[in-house]
Design a protein around this ligand. Structure first.
Ligand code: F0G
Length: 459
């Protein structure tokens, strides 16, 4: 089995080590399955010493915002002091990821009763999801370690991102996706970026299991979020967010939970920022899942976070249709460390929240909308208070799943499901396309009809 070494060409030896999250074993090398050689649990990357002070880091990162060099134009590598180091930053495979906007959500603020409500939109990344932040780092290290092939199992976004970064880095890529269970947009990205794309007759969990076996048999570098380099890149979402907030932490950050890599990465960043003195207190990081893919919710409620309760996952938010999340232990640790909550939301709540975010002129994919739906619940429960500030992490772009959006607006999303009757409550949010004769009268009639039926949002 090939070992991935911190001493691979171009990687400075002492910059980071792999640490097992269960037994704490430290190593300079990780095998291709990124599991601890002693106990088989997941690894994370640790840094023996950071040299700069918080003020030095903040000033360096600020200065880089006006730099035109390729590495500084990346919203990930701009924070490279907190990432595994390269000797030569020309080696980084970058598509200028990161640099994503932080939006106010005035209408959703009114709906939830939380005036200080913001959205960090990771769907504005080069391939339309948060995966790009992790992929730039992990793909770079795949190439540095000398691999020709990279691979992932995916519900769609990881594969789109991996295929793009592999193409940029002149690597070959293999995608394993569940047949018929990912959106066409995501699948088409992987095809266009040149991945060898296999649609397997199983679910995401089946694809990931097979990949784990494959990397032990073939010289293939796995780019799922089990790969700790991915999580290092994804950490920068939180660094960039805090920089955008002038290092004043929000009270809450809310993130969707699928395989639980992203929540783990954001949480790791928060703890590191606190240890470095970049922030003075920790935001509470909460994870929201779909009711039909609620492994973490059940693990916490029924097993007190001690052992994973897997589920057979089913949700129209296909990005998070995951029943056996790989990074569940990391996520439990982060929820405890930041005192965050874990909630689940129904299919109707997801569809409603997605339409409400869309009505802000921003839009996101269904999996991202669980954050707003979850916030409503956390407000009801009194966990989030009116005067507190909240940041929702929108993980994917609206254009990632047009079928969901079209079916919602046409009124077909819940047809022949047990939610069909209840979904009538969402009718005021629907804006189906109107087919008309090409006459002025017909269009004016449609305008008048729209004025009568809905007054539009408050201004
Ligand atoms: N939101 C979107 C849009 C996603 O694509 C994913 C995961 C998540 C949330 C959940 O993040 O897994 O880190 O907890 N998508 C993966 C994929 C699994 O293959 O694209 P997580």
């Amino acid at each position: 089995m090939t070992s991935l070494s911190t001493t691979a060409p171009g990687v400075r030896q002492t910059d980071f080590r792999f640490r097992c999250i269960a037994c704490g074993h430290l190593a300079d090398h990780a095998s291709q399955n990124f599991r601890c050689a002693q106990c088989g649990d997941l690894l994370e990357i640790t840094y023996p010493h950071w040299k700069e002070t918080a003020d030095e880091l903040k000033s360096k990162w600020r200065q880089r915002r006006v730099s035109q060099s390729a590495i500084d134009l990346s919203g990930v590598w701009r924070f490279r002091e907190l990432l595994p180091a390269l000797e030569n930053y020309d080696q980084a495979i970058t598509l200028r990821e990161g640099n994503t906007p932080l939006y106010e959500l005035p209408q959703c603020a009114r709906i939830t009763g939380i005036p200080r409500l913001l959205a960090k939109h990771q769907g504005m990344n080069p391939t339309g999801s948060f995966k790009d932040a992790g992929m730039t780092v992990a793909a770079t290290f795949a190439r540095r370690a000398g691999f020709r092939w990279v691979a992932c199992a995916s519900t769609g976004n990881t594969s789109a991102s991996m295929a793009a970064y592999a193409a940029r880095g002149v690597l070959r890529s293999l995608v394993l996706v569940p047949e018929g269970k990912i959106s066409w947009s995501k699948l088409s990205q992987a095809l266009d970026y040149g991945a060898v794309t296999c649609q397997l007759r199983t679910d995401f969990d089946g694809c990931l299991k097979l990949l784990q076996e494959l990397v032990l048999r073939a010289p293939i570098y796995q780019l799922n979020s089990i790969n700790p380099f991915r999580l290092e890149g994804q950490k920068t979402l939180a660094l960039e967010l805090l920089e955008q907030l002038d290092w004043q932490p929000p009270d809450h950050i809310i993130v969707p939970g699928g395989n639980l890599g992203n929540s783990s990465a954001i949480g790791k960043a928060l703890l590191e920022m606190r240890d470095l003195g970049l922030i003075s207190r920790l935001p509470k990081l909460s994870v929201i899942q779909a009711e039909g893919a609620n492994a973490l919710v059940r693990t916490l409620r029924e097993a007190a976070g001690k052992n994973l309760i897997s589920v057979h996952a089913e949700t129209r938010a296909s990005a998070i249709r995951i029943g056996n999340p790989a990074s569940w232990k990391k996520a439990v640790h982060i929820l405890e460390a930041t005192r965050g909550a874990c909630e689940q939301v129904s299919e109707i709540e997801i569809a409603q929240a997605k339409a409400e975010i869309g009505a802000e002129g921003i839009g996101c994919e269904p999996a991202s909308a669980v954050t707003l739906a979850g916030l409503k619940k956390l407000v009801q429960q009194g966990f989030v208070k009116r005067e507190e500030s909240v940041v929702l992490v929108l993980t994917g772009n609206l254009l990632k799943d047009p079928d969901f959006t079209m079916e919602f607006h046409r009124g077909d999303l819940f047809k022949n499901t047990r939610d069909e009757a209840a979904s009538a409550a969402l009718n005021p949010l629907r804006r189906p396309p109107i087919v008309l004769n090409a006459t002025l009268d017909a269009v004016i009639g449609a305008l008048n009809e729209a004025e009568k039926s809905s007054p539009g949002p408050e201004r």
